[in-house]
Design a protein around this ligand. Structure first.
Ligand code: BJW
Length: 246
Protein backbone atom coordinates (compact mmCIF):
# COMPACT_ATOMS: atom_id res chain seq x y z
CA UNK A 1 0.00 0.00 0.00
CA UNK A 2 1.57 3.25 -1.14
CA UNK A 3 -0.63 5.69 0.71
CA UNK A 4 0.67 8.29 3.17
CA UNK A 5 -1.00 11.21 4.90
CA UNK A 6 -0.83 14.18 2.51
CA UNK A 7 1.38 16.93 3.88
CA UNK A 8 0.22 20.54 3.72
CA UNK A 9 1.98 23.05 1.53
CA UNK A 10 4.44 25.45 3.17
CA UNK A 11 3.83 29.19 3.34
CA UNK A 12 6.51 29.63 0.69
CA UNK A 13 4.57 27.40 -1.69
CA UNK A 14 1.25 29.07 -0.91
CA UNK A 15 2.83 32.42 -1.76
CA UNK A 16 4.32 31.10 -4.98
CA UNK A 17 1.00 29.57 -5.99
CA UNK A 18 -0.58 32.99 -5.54
CA UNK A 19 2.02 34.92 -7.56
CA UNK A 20 3.54 32.57 -10.14
CA UNK A 21 2.81 33.28 -13.80
CA UNK A 22 4.97 30.63 -15.52
CA UNK A 23 4.21 27.15 -14.24
CA UNK A 24 5.27 23.73 -15.52
CA UNK A 25 3.87 20.37 -14.41
CA UNK A 26 5.62 17.10 -15.29
CA UNK A 27 3.51 14.01 -14.71
CA UNK A 28 4.17 10.28 -14.73
CA UNK A 29 2.25 7.06 -14.28
CA UNK A 30 1.44 7.81 -10.62
CA UNK A 31 -1.00 10.56 -11.63
CA UNK A 32 -3.17 7.89 -13.26
CA UNK A 33 -2.78 5.33 -10.45
CA UNK A 34 -5.94 6.48 -8.68
CA UNK A 35 -7.85 5.94 -11.94
CA UNK A 36 -6.79 2.30 -11.76
CA UNK A 37 -3.96 2.42 -14.31
CA UNK A 38 -1.00 0.34 -13.11
CA UNK A 39 2.34 2.13 -12.70
CA UNK A 40 5.58 0.71 -14.08
CA UNK A 41 7.61 0.98 -10.91
CA UNK A 42 6.92 1.93 -7.32
CA UNK A 43 5.05 0.07 -4.62
CA UNK A 44 7.79 -2.53 -4.72
CA UNK A 45 6.73 -4.04 -8.03
CA UNK A 46 7.40 -3.67 -11.73
CA UNK A 47 5.04 -4.33 -14.63
CA UNK A 48 5.38 -7.77 -16.22
CA UNK A 49 3.36 -9.17 -19.12
CA UNK A 50 3.53 -12.84 -20.12
CA UNK A 51 6.75 -13.19 -18.13
CA UNK A 52 8.43 -10.31 -19.94
CA UNK A 53 9.37 -7.19 -17.95
CA UNK A 54 8.08 -4.01 -19.56
CA UNK A 55 11.64 -2.86 -20.33
CA UNK A 56 11.73 -5.81 -22.75
CA UNK A 57 8.21 -5.75 -24.24
CA UNK A 58 8.21 -1.91 -24.50
CA UNK A 59 11.56 -1.76 -26.27
CA UNK A 60 12.80 -0.97 -29.74
CA UNK A 61 14.36 -4.46 -29.85
CA UNK A 62 10.99 -6.15 -29.24
CA UNK A 63 9.43 -4.06 -32.00
CA UNK A 64 12.02 -5.39 -34.44
CA UNK A 65 11.63 -9.00 -33.23
CA UNK A 66 7.87 -9.36 -32.74
CA UNK A 67 5.60 -6.59 -34.04
CA UNK A 68 2.34 -8.60 -33.55
CA UNK A 69 3.46 -9.33 -29.96
CA UNK A 70 3.99 -5.63 -29.29
CA UNK A 71 0.50 -4.90 -30.70
CA UNK A 72 -0.97 -7.61 -28.47
CA UNK A 73 0.59 -5.93 -25.40
CA UNK A 74 -0.68 -2.48 -26.35
CA UNK A 75 -4.14 -3.82 -27.37
CA UNK A 76 -4.40 -5.45 -23.94
CA UNK A 77 -3.57 -2.16 -22.21
CA UNK A 78 -5.90 -0.13 -24.45
CA UNK A 79 -8.78 -2.45 -23.64
CA UNK A 80 -8.19 -1.84 -19.94
CA UNK A 81 -7.89 1.92 -20.47
CA UNK A 82 -11.17 2.12 -22.40
CA UNK A 83 -13.18 1.99 -19.16
CA UNK A 84 -10.88 4.23 -17.10
CA UNK A 85 -11.80 7.81 -16.13
CA UNK A 86 -9.62 10.81 -15.19
CA UNK A 87 -9.28 11.29 -11.43
CA UNK A 88 -9.13 14.36 -9.16
CA UNK A 89 -5.45 14.93 -9.92
CA UNK A 90 -6.08 15.10 -13.69
CA UNK A 91 -8.97 17.51 -13.06
CA UNK A 92 -6.97 19.83 -10.78
CA UNK A 93 -4.13 19.96 -13.31
CA UNK A 94 -6.63 20.73 -16.10
CA UNK A 95 -8.05 23.59 -14.00
CA UNK A 96 -4.55 25.04 -13.52
CA UNK A 97 -4.38 26.04 -17.19
CA UNK A 98 -6.95 28.75 -16.33
CA UNK A 99 -5.30 29.62 -13.00
CA UNK A 100 -1.82 30.51 -14.28
CA UNK A 101 -1.01 32.97 -17.10
CA UNK A 102 1.51 30.63 -18.74
CA UNK A 103 0.94 26.97 -17.96
CA UNK A 104 2.68 23.98 -19.56
CA UNK A 105 1.73 20.38 -18.92
CA UNK A 106 4.37 17.82 -19.85
CA UNK A 107 3.45 14.18 -19.47
CA UNK A 108 5.24 10.89 -19.82
CA UNK A 109 1.87 9.15 -19.85
CA UNK A 110 0.44 7.66 -23.02
CA UNK A 111 -3.06 7.06 -21.59
CA UNK A 112 -4.72 10.32 -22.81
CA UNK A 113 -6.34 10.90 -19.38
CA UNK A 114 -5.04 14.49 -19.10
CA UNK A 115 -6.73 15.33 -22.39
CA UNK A 116 -9.91 13.57 -21.27
CA UNK A 117 -9.88 15.75 -18.13
CA UNK A 118 -9.76 18.87 -20.34
CA UNK A 119 -6.04 19.69 -20.52
CA UNK A 120 -5.09 21.34 -23.81
CA UNK A 121 -1.75 21.50 -25.65
CA UNK A 122 -0.30 18.67 -23.55
CA UNK A 123 3.34 17.92 -24.40
CA UNK A 124 3.38 14.12 -24.74
CA UNK A 125 7.00 13.05 -24.29
CA UNK A 126 6.30 9.34 -24.79
CA UNK A 127 3.47 9.42 -27.35
CA UNK A 128 -0.13 8.24 -27.09
CA UNK A 129 -1.50 4.71 -26.94
CA UNK A 130 -4.59 5.67 -28.98
CA UNK A 131 -2.50 6.53 -32.05
CA UNK A 132 -0.44 4.46 -34.50
CA UNK A 133 2.42 5.55 -36.74
CA UNK A 134 3.36 4.13 -40.15
CA UNK A 135 6.81 2.53 -40.41
CA UNK A 136 7.03 3.59 -44.07
CA UNK A 137 5.51 7.06 -44.44
CA UNK A 138 5.51 7.99 -40.70
CA UNK A 139 1.90 9.27 -40.89
CA UNK A 140 0.07 9.13 -37.57
CA UNK A 141 -3.50 7.82 -37.43
CA UNK A 142 -6.10 7.38 -34.72
CA UNK A 143 -6.28 3.62 -34.15
CA UNK A 144 -10.04 3.44 -34.65
CA UNK A 145 -9.53 4.58 -38.29
CA UNK A 146 -7.40 1.57 -39.16
CA UNK A 147 -8.02 -1.97 -40.38
CA UNK A 148 -5.93 -4.90 -39.25
CA UNK A 149 -3.96 -7.34 -41.40
CA UNK A 150 -2.22 -10.31 -39.75
CA UNK A 151 -2.67 -8.78 -36.29
CA UNK A 152 -0.98 -5.52 -37.34
CA UNK A 153 -2.87 -2.33 -38.38
CA UNK A 154 -2.19 -1.09 -41.91
CA UNK A 155 -1.64 2.52 -43.00
CA UNK A 156 -4.60 3.98 -44.90
CA UNK A 157 -2.25 6.27 -46.85
CA UNK A 158 0.45 3.91 -48.10
CA UNK A 159 -0.47 0.37 -46.97
CA UNK A 160 2.59 0.05 -44.73
CA UNK A 161 2.63 -1.66 -41.35
CA UNK A 162 1.79 0.58 -38.41
CA UNK A 163 3.37 0.61 -34.97
CA UNK A 164 2.03 2.06 -31.70
CA UNK A 165 2.80 5.81 -31.60
CA UNK A 166 4.63 5.51 -28.31
CA UNK A 167 8.29 5.98 -27.38
CA UNK A 168 9.88 2.68 -26.44
CA UNK A 169 13.14 2.25 -24.54
CA UNK A 170 16.09 3.13 -26.74
CA UNK A 171 13.97 5.28 -29.07
CA UNK A 172 14.14 8.99 -29.67
CA UNK A 173 11.36 11.23 -28.36
CA UNK A 174 8.95 12.86 -30.89
CA UNK A 175 10.73 15.70 -32.70
CA UNK A 176 10.40 18.96 -30.77
CA UNK A 177 8.59 17.53 -27.73
CA UNK A 178 11.54 17.56 -25.34
CA UNK A 179 12.76 20.88 -26.73
CA UNK A 180 9.39 22.57 -26.04
CA UNK A 181 9.25 21.06 -22.54
CA UNK A 182 12.82 22.12 -21.79
CA UNK A 183 12.13 25.66 -23.03
CA UNK A 184 9.11 25.97 -20.73
CA UNK A 185 11.11 24.53 -17.81
CA UNK A 186 13.95 26.96 -18.36
CA UNK A 187 11.76 30.00 -17.78
CA UNK A 188 9.19 28.76 -15.25
CA UNK A 189 8.98 30.00 -11.66
CA UNK A 190 7.18 26.98 -10.27
CA UNK A 191 7.59 23.36 -11.37
CA UNK A 192 5.52 20.44 -10.07
CA UNK A 193 6.70 16.87 -10.53
CA UNK A 194 3.77 14.56 -9.97
CA UNK A 195 3.69 10.76 -9.83
CA UNK A 196 6.94 9.91 -11.55
CA UNK A 197 9.80 7.75 -10.32
CA UNK A 198 12.07 10.23 -12.17
CA UNK A 199 14.41 7.54 -13.46
CA UNK A 200 13.65 7.74 -17.19
CA UNK A 201 15.59 10.32 -19.17
CA UNK A 202 15.36 12.76 -20.79
CA UNK A 203 11.96 13.33 -19.06
CA UNK A 204 13.57 13.37 -15.61
CA UNK A 205 15.80 16.25 -16.66
CA UNK A 206 12.81 18.66 -16.97
CA UNK A 207 12.69 19.45 -13.21
CA UNK A 208 16.51 19.55 -13.18
CA UNK A 209 16.38 22.22 -15.90
CA UNK A 210 13.70 24.15 -13.98
CA UNK A 211 15.71 24.02 -10.74
CA UNK A 212 18.91 25.10 -12.47
CA UNK A 213 17.01 28.09 -13.91
CA UNK A 214 15.87 29.13 -10.41
CA UNK A 215 12.34 27.67 -10.30
CA UNK A 216 10.77 26.42 -7.07
CA UNK A 217 10.42 22.66 -7.62
CA UNK A 218 7.76 20.64 -5.82
CA UNK A 219 7.41 16.87 -5.89
CA UNK A 220 4.09 15.11 -5.25
CA UNK A 221 4.55 11.40 -4.64
CA UNK A 222 3.81 8.89 -1.86
CA UNK A 223 7.42 7.66 -2.16
CA UNK A 224 10.78 9.38 -2.36
CA UNK A 225 12.55 9.40 -5.72
CA UNK A 226 16.06 10.21 -6.94
CA UNK A 227 14.72 13.74 -7.53
CA UNK A 228 13.45 14.33 -3.98
CA UNK A 229 16.70 15.82 -2.69
CA UNK A 230 16.81 18.35 -5.53
CA UNK A 231 13.28 19.58 -4.80
CA UNK A 232 12.49 22.65 -2.72
CA UNK A 233 9.48 20.89 -1.30
CA UNK A 234 8.24 17.29 -1.23
CA UNK A 235 4.53 16.75 -0.69
CA UNK A 236 4.23 13.15 0.42
CA UNK A 237 0.96 11.59 -0.62
CA UNK A 238 -1.25 10.57 -3.50
CA UNK A 239 -1.70 13.10 -6.29
CA UNK A 240 -5.50 12.89 -6.07
CA UNK A 241 -5.35 13.78 -2.38
CA UNK A 242 -2.53 16.36 -2.39
CA UNK A 243 -3.30 18.44 -5.49
CA UNK A 244 -6.86 19.41 -4.49
CA UNK A 245 -5.39 20.87 -1.27
CA UNK A 246 -3.36 23.39 -3.26
C1 BJW B 1 2.00 8.04 -7.22
C2 BJW B 1 0.78 7.50 -6.93
C3 BJW B 1 -0.24 8.40 -6.67
C4 BJW B 1 2.05 5.86 -7.27
N1 BJW B 1 0.01 9.71 -6.74
N2 BJW B 1 2.23 9.33 -7.27
C5 BJW B 1 20.99 8.27 -19.11
C6 BJW B 1 21.55 7.19 -18.44
C7 BJW B 1 21.17 5.88 -18.74
C8 BJW B 1 20.21 5.61 -19.69
C9 BJW B 1 19.66 6.67 -20.34
C10 BJW B 1 20.05 7.97 -20.07
N3 BJW B 1 19.36 8.80 -20.87
C11 BJW B 1 18.52 8.05 -21.62
C12 BJW B 1 18.71 6.76 -21.31
C13 BJW B 1 17.99 5.60 -21.87
C14 BJW B 1 16.58 5.48 -21.39
C15 BJW B 1 16.48 5.64 -19.88
O1 BJW B 1 16.15 6.69 -19.36
N4 BJW B 1 16.75 4.61 -19.16
C16 BJW B 1 16.70 4.68 -17.70
C17 BJW B 1 15.64 3.72 -17.19
C18 BJW B 1 18.07 4.41 -17.17
N5 BJW B 1 15.75 6.46 -22.07
C19 BJW B 1 15.28 6.23 -23.28
O2 BJW B 1 15.51 5.20 -23.88
C20 BJW B 1 14.47 7.34 -23.89
N6 BJW B 1 15.00 7.67 -25.15
C21 BJW B 1 16.14 8.34 -25.27
O3 BJW B 1 16.77 8.71 -24.31
O4 BJW B 1 16.51 8.57 -26.57
C22 BJW B 1 17.85 8.94 -26.81
C23 BJW B 1 18.67 7.69 -26.76
C24 BJW B 1 18.40 6.69 -27.65
C25 BJW B 1 19.15 5.53 -27.63
C26 BJW B 1 20.14 5.37 -26.65
C27 BJW B 1 20.38 6.40 -25.72
C28 BJW B 1 19.64 7.57 -25.79
C29 BJW B 1 13.06 6.87 -24.16
C30 BJW B 1 12.35 6.52 -22.91
C31 BJW B 1 10.98 5.95 -23.28
C32 BJW B 1 10.27 5.42 -22.04
N7 BJW B 1 9.19 4.61 -22.45
C33 BJW B 1 8.31 4.09 -21.44
C34 BJW B 1 7.36 3.08 -22.10
C35 BJW B 1 6.33 3.80 -22.98
C36 BJW B 1 5.45 2.82 -23.66
C37 BJW B 1 4.68 1.95 -22.69
O5 BJW B 1 3.87 2.48 -21.92
O6 BJW B 1 4.90 0.74 -22.70
O7 BJW B 1 7.61 5.15 -20.80
S1 BJW B 1 9.17 3.31 -20.07
C38 BJW B 1 8.04 3.82 -18.83
O8 BJW B 1 8.77 4.66 -17.89
C39 BJW B 1 7.03 4.73 -19.55
C40 BJW B 1 6.94 5.89 -18.61
O9 BJW B 1 6.50 7.03 -19.29
C41 BJW B 1 8.36 6.00 -18.08
C42 BJW B 1 8.47 6.75 -16.81
O10 BJW B 1 7.80 6.09 -15.79
P1 BJW B 1 6.99 6.95 -14.72
O11 BJW B 1 5.93 7.71 -15.40
O12 BJW B 1 7.93 7.71 -13.90
O13 BJW B 1 6.24 5.82 -13.90
P2 BJW B 1 6.83 4.84 -12.78
O14 BJW B 1 5.96 3.65 -12.74
O15 BJW B 1 8.29 4.61 -12.96
O16 BJW B 1 6.67 5.64 -11.41
C43 BJW B 1 5.40 5.86 -10.85
C44 BJW B 1 5.59 6.79 -9.68
O17 BJW B 1 4.29 7.17 -9.23
C45 BJW B 1 6.29 6.15 -8.48
O18 BJW B 1 7.28 7.05 -8.01
C46 BJW B 1 5.19 5.99 -7.43
O19 BJW B 1 5.66 6.16 -6.10
C47 BJW B 1 4.27 7.11 -7.82
N8 BJW B 1 2.88 6.93 -7.45
N9 BJW B 1 0.90 6.08 -6.97
C48 BJW B 1 1.29 10.11 -7.03
N10 BJW B 1 -1.49 7.95 -6.36
Amino acid sequence: MLTATPTLASERLVERLATAKHVVVLTGAGVSAESGVPTFRGGGSTAVWRGLPFEVISSAGMLARDLPGVWEWFNFRRERLASVQPNRAHKVIAAWQERFADFTLVTQNIDNLHQQAGSRAVIELHGNIWRARCFDCETRHELRELRMAHDVPVCIDCGGNMRPDVVLFGEMLPPGAFERAAAAASHCELCFVVGTSAVVYPAASIPEIARAAGAYVVEVNPERTPLSDLCDEVLTGKAGEVLPLL
